[in-house]
Design a protein around this ligand. Structure first.
Ligand code: SF4
Length: 170
């Protein structure tokens, strides 16, 4: 099975997972995903405040090469629940399948957690102690969301969606 087929299979499995949740489970998950999204937005805001866009322009987004495994099960589930379709083109390798010539196609709150958590050296040098403290707190929040979602669904939410689809979930 190629990546595009695995992506489609992952999408089908995510929808089946959601369909199997109880009404209460769905409410808990929606609430959890709201926190997951807010934590990502907070992380991205800290980085944006030090003009990360200028740094990324200069290096032409090297950290966004070969990004196909960045989308975890929970990241993809968050997009399904938010009813935000993901554009994924695995033929444009080494450019990330979720990006295009203008950069990432996803808003920060619905971007893969690995992407919003990654801080390159050039950006790291611009961070104040206060900014670092916010990053630590929000990273912890993301990790807790992943752990809780994994416990409630019985699935490993941190693994890449493509691998999860390939191995039939769990
Ligand atoms: S998902 Fe977006 S931010 Fe992450 S590697 Fe791909 S293009 Fe870059």
């Amino acid at each position: 099975m190629d990546d595009q087929q695995l992506w489609s299979l992952g999408d089908i499995r995510l929808k089946a997972l959601l369909a199997n949740l109880s009404f209460e489970g769905r409410i808990v998950l929606t609430d959890l995903l709201s926190g997951y999204r807010k934590a990502k937005e907070s992380l991205a805001a800290v980085v944006a405040a030090v003009d990360a866009a200028a740094v990324c322009r200069e290096c032409e987004g090297q950290c966004c090469q070969n990004g196909k495994y960045r989308m975890s099960v929970l990241d993809a589930l968050a997009r399904v629940v938010a009813q935000t379709p993901t554009s994924a083109d695995f033929a444009q390798k080494p450019v990330c399948p979720y990006g295009d010539e203008t950069g990432c196609t996803m808003e920060p709150g619905l971007r893969p957690a690995d992407c919003v958590l990654f801080i390159c050296d050039a950006i790291d040098q611009r961070l104040s102690p206060q900014a670092r403290s916010i990053l630590v707190t929000q990273e912890q929040c993301l990790r807790e969301c992943i752990q809780q979602a994994s416990s409630m669904t019985g699935e490993q939410m941190a693994i890449p969606l493509l691998l999860w689809a390939e191995h039939g979930g769990k």
